[in-house]
Write a protein that binds this ligand. Structure first.
Ligand code: ASP
Length: 588
């Protein structure tokens, strides 16, 4: 029986000051090299690597054993730390000043040749990485990201605890309530034909905790949404979910931005300037064409509607007649654009959602544009001065419904921000976007739907329009945006039954439907509900931005693929006919 050699040091923590120390290391063999009668291995544990050298006279019996080591074997090594001989230091390695001269070796386990080379410089296909996730996670880069995730969660818990928030769990098996996305359903064996839903968020429970007098709640909690996946979406993801009573919007924003700043300070040593800038939704759309603008660069949208509403260019005039707008962005330094580069603008704009695009290039000879011949001298002059154009500036103009114009120019703005290298990747730009619309009309459903969710409070001053002009009501809702990514969102909630009922009505629910689905909430509101509000942040996205990881999959230990499968376990899998029968389910 082999006595287990417990480690006395971590591989990655050995430095010059440790020279002379006797240590026992436990870890994986990252690499073995035989060299001039010596065996070298790099031994790796979670904290890093160190070089171990086996010499026939120091290692004795262990020398022969060392020759049998292969990559990813698990080993315990005892030895003495020494400074590496002069000229053999490795500045690329954290522990590159030292090596451990081994005196004994225990092979704790062998390993097959891994399908992934365990190194940060991997170009292995992601499907292989996901299939062998336990090997992929051995890579130091992946470990670092999960360590940051752990630390961030701890900092957040500490911060919220200090500020009087209680961590309270809410059910995973709950009932399906509409919150925008599709639910994952779980059949009930005991109640044939009935289903639980996995929570899209703990929204109703956290509000009921406010009714329950908990005052300040948080939870780092898994949420489930059965949506088509995009690069930054997963079917299950983690939220930092927060709710508090007796608060207005500014109290919540202030508490939350300090929390984010604490995370950045502790993890990156960065001092974020507080308070974060705040923009209304309307202003964000007007200036950036986006409700999650990347404000690390300019290229802001300008409005040319008044200037060109009567122009001879029919596309412009017609768009304005139909209630649309004409807006543009100005791209500097395009004087040298070739015909081909100009021709490529139209498809680029189409990819951003614009039906058509007009460009105006200011050259030494004047404006170059296929549209120029439809405009008067005065209009062209007006355009140049309104846009403040200088030679070489390219103006990209889109005329359409305001939402289409915003989306198209917002997309072009980002595209040119990247192309022109205007984005300082080292900068972190946070901002709050406020006063979102409460409702938006859904053509497909033929009714208004909540922009945030049905429990969001309308702004007091807009409440009277809820029945008459629902599309104009602004919500007491806010999003936190970082570098053009939505990091989180929340709202002040409705806390009165009558207003919640009016909201359900505005959403087209009959009284019976509202009662059937949300009767318990409406009832609770009758027993002394404090004013309250909250927010939820996407932890995965936050960690992705914090670590600079390429995707949220890289900061989740066991993520799903774009088609919502787990390549390692094979989930979702088949189940036996017996299981289905028990659940009263027949698969078509
Ligand atoms: N439940 C909301 C969401 O998941 C966040 C909130 O309003 O607190 O988006």
């Amino acid at each position: 029986m082999l006595t287990y050699q417990h480690r006395t040091a971590g591989c990655g923590e050995l430095h010059a000051a440790d020279a002379g120390r006797e240590v026992i290391l436990n870890g994986w063999v990252a690499r073995r090299r035989d060299h001039g009668g010596l065996v070298f291995i790099d031994l790796r544990d979670r904290g890093g690597y160190v070089q171990v050298v086996f010499t026939p006279d120091q290692a004795g019996q262990a020398f022969g054993l060392a020759e049998s080591l292969r990559s990813e074997y698990v080993a315990a090594v005892a030895g003495r730390v020494r400074l590496r001989p002069e000229g053999t230091e490795n500045p690329e390695m954290d522990t590159g000043e030292v090596e451990v001269v081994a005196t004994s070796l225990t092979i704790l386990n062998e390993a097959k040749t891994p399908p992934i080379y365990i190194s940060d410089k991997t170009n292995v296909d992601e499907t292989v990485r996901l299939r062998y996730r336990y090997l992929d996670l051995r890579r130091p880069e992946m470990q670092k990201q999960l360590i940051v995730r752990h630390r961030a969660a701890r900092i957040i818990r500490g911060y919220l605890d200090r500020n009087g928030f209680l961590e309270i769990e809410t059910p995973m098996l709950t009932r399906s309530t509409p919150e925008g996305a599709r639910d994952f359903l779980v059949p009930s064996r005991i109640n044939p034909g009935r289903f639980y839903a996995l929570p899209q968020s703990p929204q109703l429970f956290k509000q009921l905790l406010m009714v329950a007098g908990m005052e300040r709640y948080y939870q780092i909690v898994r949420c489930f949404r059965d949506e088509d996946l995009r690069a930054d979406r997963q079917p299950e993801f983690t939220q930092i979910d927060v709710e508090l009573s007796f608060s207005d919007r500014d109290l919540i924003l202030g508490l939350m931005e300090k929390m984010v700043a604490e995370v950045y300070k502790e993890i990156k040593g960065a001092e974020l300037a507080l308070p974060f800038p705040r923009l209304s939704y309307d202003e964000a759309m007007r200036r950036y064409g986006s409700d999650k603008p990347d404000i690390r660069f300019g290229l802001e949208l300008m409005d040319l509607t008044d200037l060109l509403r009567h122009s001879g260019f029919k596309v412009f005039a017609r768009a304005v007649e139909n209630g649309g707008a004409i807006k543009a962005i100005k791209i500097p330094g395009c004087g040298g654009y070739s015909r081909r580069e100009l021709d490529e603008l139209a498809p680029l704009a189409a990819a951003c959602g614009a039906g058509g695009l007009a460009y105006f290039l200011l050259t030494r000879e004047g404006i170059k544009s296929p549209v120029a011949k439809f405009l008067t001298e005065a209009e062209i002059g007006g355009l140049i001065s309104a846009a403040g154009m200088a030679e070489g500036d390219l103006l990209l103009a889109v005329a359409d419904k305001p939402a289409v114009v915003a989306a198209a120019l917002g997309g072009l703005r980002l595209e040119y921000g990247r192309r022109l290298n205007l984005i300082d990747e080292k900068q972190d730009a946070f901002l709050w976007v406020l006063d979102f619309p409460l409702l938006e009309y859904d053509e497909k459903e033929g009714r208004y739907v909540a922009v945030h969710h049905p429990f969001t409070s309308p702004r007091e001053e807009d409440l009277s329009m809820l029945e008459t002009e629902p599309g104009r009501v602004r919500a007491n809702a806010y999003d936190l945006v970082q570098n053009g990514v939505e990091l989180g969102g929340g709202s002040i909630r409705i806390h009165r039954r009558d207003i919640q009922e009016r909201m359900f009505k505005a959403l087209g629910f009959s009284q019976e439907e509202a009662e059937e689905k949300f009767g318990f909430l409406l009832e609770a509101f009758e027993y002394g509900t404090p004013p309250h509000g909250g927010i939820a942040f996407g932890l995965d996205r936050m960690i992705m931005l914090l670590t600079g990881a390429g995707s949220i999959r890289d900061v989740i230990a066991f993520p799903k693929t774009a088609s919502a499968t787990c390549l390692m376990t094979g989930a979702p899998g088949n189940v036996s006919p017996g299981q289905l029968q028990e659940l009263h389910i027949a698969v078509k």
